[in-house]
Design a protein around this ligand. Sequence first.
Ligand code: GDP
Length: 447
Amino acid sequence: MTPFARPYGRRTFFARERPLAMPSLCVFGAQWGDEGKGKIIDHLAADVTHVVRYQGGSNAGHTVVVGAEKYVLHLVPSGVLHPGKVNVIANGVAVDPLLLLEEIDGLIARGVAVSSANLRLSARAHVILQHHRRLDALAERWRGEGRIGTTGRGIGPCYADKAARVGLRVCDLLDPARLESGLRVALAEKNALIQSVHGDTPLDLGEQLDLYGRLAERLSSFVGDTGAELRDAHRAGAAILFEAAQGVMLDVDHGTYPYVTSSNTGVDGIPAGVGFPPQWIGRAVGIAKAYCTRVGEGPFPSEEHGPRGAELREAGNEYGATTGRPRRCGWLDVVALRYALELNGATSWIMTNLDVLSGLGDVPVAVAYRREGRRFETFPAELSSLDAVEVEYEHRPGWTEDLTGIRRFEDLPRAARNYVEWVEASVRVPIETLSIGPRRDQVIHRS
Ligand code: GDP
């Protein structure tokens, strides 16, 4: 049997429900992305059986530091760094087969075990093809001043094709006849667009078929009906960690549209992006930095445009993990954070990068927005309201001590403790853990 013809079925079936070992949970970014999700997911992965990516594409760049080794994961879930965990790329992810295989090869070359036993890929996931990447870059050029600031990796165009019902899925890639007919139809339209609208060179069908045929053969062993596998695993008592990419403020429905990513970046993305009932998800934990950053265009009310923004960038090494782009930096925004946590029903959250604020002087925090004489503490829906808002800050006392070696909350400097407690009271959702450095062990658990 050729790998193309291999049926992908359920690996296991559990007829009887068993009690859950521990509840499943979703970890999501509660700001504009880059909150340090990779590190926290890696930390939590030790206690779960499955780690699942359910939205976004290789525009995510989760950084995980294990000992002296630094890994940047784009598509492979962060649980891959823990032996024995099952990592799932679910149907809601836009998968670039070229980048996925590069990432797998890179991990294997560094001694990380990756096989069909610990990495599963949904047959239903949509595939990013060369024309998606090309059109992403060309469309940004076309938009000029109005550009969205995409990473140019074809994710938006792939999701657009999914919604337009002309996309190709992983299962199509594995079937040579469907791949041929799907690519032929897609390229007829996309090449016309590339040539006549953008004046660029068309893609060659033969070359594309050859490339994706080869990639499909290599990917086939990972492919399965991951939704069914995860539902079975849940019934058997699995603890599943749903790993979000980007941040809630970039959610296509609830973020600062149109300056958003193309998927649902919070708990809302799980049922559709995995094939998993919402009532099985368990708890939702938000991740937010002790300050705020944003990459790309779009509103960022608490952005610090002065020299203190540059100081924050250097102190926090705020450069994109995927693109190397300098991140826009600013102060914690309680209005936006409260909105993100509420939207996802977060019962607690984790504050990262508290160590970065050491030695930076007093710490401004955005507590309300003002517009046309009105003061509001809730996040406005229309983008135009954000453009004109004035931000009201409360200035909290800073501290100078290095926090990176501290492991107990009571050992933090008084000003740092006060900052954490004051933010927690303002946001009205408890902070369960603090992160005070990039390494696995640099966390402070609170009771
Ligand atoms: P993600 O996409 O949300 O995983 O975030 P990124 O990986 O893009 O960015 C987080 C960066 O901050 C990475 O370089 C991490 O190693 C680093 N990091 C994570 N937590 C902390 C922390 O508590 N303190 C400091 N200083 N760096 C952290």
